[in-house]
Design a protein around this ligand. Structure first.
Ligand code: ZN
Ligand code: ZN
Length: 390
C-alpha cells in the first residue's frame, strides 16, 4: 500500500492540493471579548465592513473593535469609523502578523498570521482566524510540546496536530468556524513564537498526515507518558481501532511523569470500593486482594478474586480518585494504602515523553510515528484531496 500511495503522489497535479490549506479557528472560544484592540505587528491589512473596503491597518494605526448594540463598531484612537454586521481583515502580503488584545479579562496580547472575520455574537465578538494550516499547526505544536524539544519531535507533533485538525474540521460547523482555540479542539493561543525549530518542523513535514489502511485520517491519540505500556483504544474508549494497539514502551520510564504515588487510609480505600463499586470488603480473600496487588504489565480490568464477578475497570478508579493514570500497584502498610503508579494520561496512542526521548536519540519522526501507531501511512494532504474528489 505504501508503494501505491507514493506512486499516486508522484502523479498528482499540484492543483489537487487545495481544499485543505485554510482553516477557520474560533478565537477566545466560550470566553469571547466585548472589545479587542488590533494592530499590524508586521506587514499591513485591509479592513472591510459589510464587504466594502473601509480602513488600511498598518503598524502605526490602532483599531478598537467593539460590539455596540449588536453591531461591530470600529474606531481609531482619534476617529469613529462606523458600525457593521461583518468585518473582514485581510493581509496585504504573506507573513503579515496581527496583534490582538482584549480590553477585559486576560489582557495578554496574542499574535496571529493571516486573515480574520469578526461578527457580533450576542453582546460579544465572534472572532475567526482564517489561517494557513501550517501557521496554525506551528501555533498548536508550541502549545502542546513547549519550546525545548528537538526539531525531530516537532515534526512528530506537527503531523499529529495537522491530522487532528483535518479530522475534526466539522466540529464547530454550526457556529460558523471549524475548530476552537481551546483544549476541546487543540490549544491555539498564538502563532509560534518561542523556537524557530517549531516552524522548521512544520515546514519539513508540510502537508503530511496520518491515514489508516483505508486512507482515512486517523484519530492520532497521544498522552504525556504511558508508564511503560500503551493501551488499546477499546480499553479506554468504546471503539476498536486497528492503529491504536497496546505496545510495550521503555522510552519513557526514566521520566519524572512515569512515576506517581497516591496515599490514603485503609478504611477510606475499602469504603471507596464498597460504596462506588459494591465490592465485598467483608470477604477476607477479596479484602486481602484489594490491599495487595502488583501487576506485571498494564491491566485494564481488575478481576479481583479471579471469579469473573467482582470486576472494576482501572480507568474508573483513575477517574473517581483523579489519579495521573489507570496503571498502578497497591500495597498496604499498617493503616495506610499506597498506590504506586506509572505514567500520566490515558495511555492510548503516542507517548509524548517516549517520543521526545526517541527524537533526542536521533530516531526520525516517521519511525517514531510508526512505532506508536500500528499499520499507518504517512501521506501528503494532496492524496486525501485526490481520494475525496473521486
Ligand atoms: Zn473545539
Ligand atoms: Zn511511554
Amino acid at each position: 500500500m505504501r508503494q501505491i500511495l507514493i506512486f499516486i503522489l508522484a502523479l498528482l497535479p499540484a492543483a489537487v492540493f487545495s481544499s485543505t490549506k485554510i482553516l477557520q479557528i474560533g478565537i477566545y472560544h466560550k470566553d469571547e471579548p466585548k472589545e479587542v484592540i488590533v494592530q499590524a505587528n508586521d506587514g499591513s491589512y485591509k479592513v472591510y465592513g459589510n464587504g466594502q473596503e473601509i480602513f488600511d491597518l498598518d503598524s502605526k494605526s490602532i483599531l478598537r473593535i467593539q460590539n455596540k448594540n449588536g453591531l461591530i463598531h470600529l474606531r481609531t484612537l482619534s476617529e469613529e469609523i462606523g458600525s457593521y454586521a461583518l468585518i473582514e481583515i485581510k493581509r496585504n502580503s504573506w507573513g503579515s502578523i496581527m496583534k490582538l488584545q482584549r480590553t477585559d479579562g486576560d489582557k495578554k496580547h496574542r499574535e496571529y498570521n493571516d486573515d480574520f472575520i469578526i461578527k457580533p455574537l450576542s453582546s460579544t465578538l465572534r472572532i475567526i482566524n482564517e489561517v494557513y494550516i501550517e501557521h496554525y499547526v506551528a501555533g498548536v505544536v508550541e502549545s502542546e510540546a513547549g519550546a525545548k524539544e528537538p526539531k525531530e519531535y516537532y515534526k512528530v507533533q506537527s503531523v499529529i496536530c495537522r491530522t487532528y485538525a483535518l479530522n475534526n474540521r466539522r466540529r464547530h460547523e454550526a457556529e460558523g468556524f471549524q475548530l476552537c482555540d481551546k483544549v476541546h479542539c487543540q490549544v491555539y493561543h498564538s502563532r509560534s513564537l518561542a523556537n524557530p525549530d517549531i516552524l522548521k518542523g512544520t515546514q519539513e513535514t508540510i502537508g503530511i498526515v496520518i491515514v489508516d489502511s483505508d486512507i482515512n485520517l486517523v484519530t492520532a491519540a497521544f498522552s504525556s507518558n504511558c508508564g511503560g505500556y500503551t493501551c488499546n483504544s477499546e480499553d479506554v474508549w468504546s471503539g476498536y481501532l486497528d492503529y491504536l494497539r497496546a505496545i510495550e514502551d521503555d522510552n519513557c520510564i526514566q521520566e519524572p511523569h512515569s512515576y506517581w504515588r497516591y496515599t490514603t487510609t485503609t478504611d477510606t480505600w475499602l469504603n471507596y470500593l464498597k460504596n462506588n463499586h459494591d465490592f465485598p470488603i467483608n470477604d477476607p480473600i477479596a479484602r486481602n486482594a484489594v490491599l495487595n496487588y502488583c501487576p506485571e504489565s498494564r491491566d485494564i480490568t481488575w478481576d479481583i478474586d479471579h471469579d469473573g464477578v467482582d470486576r472494576i475497570d482501572f480507568k474508573n478508579i483513575r477517574y473517581d480518585l483523579k489519579l495521573q493514570s489507570a496503571y498502578f500497584s497497591i500495597e498496604q502498610v499498617q493503616d495506610t494504602v499506597i498506590l504506586e503508579g506509572h505514567g500520566y494520561g490515558h495511555g492510548v496512542g503516542l507517548c509524548q515523553e517516549g517520543a521526545m526521548n526517541m527524537a533526542k536519540r536521533g530516531i526520525p519522526y516517521d519511525e517514531i510515528l510508526h512505532y506508536y501507531y500500528n499499520n499507518i501511512h504517512l501521506v501528503n494532504l494532496s492524496v486525501i484531496d485526490f481520494f475525496r474528489a473521486e
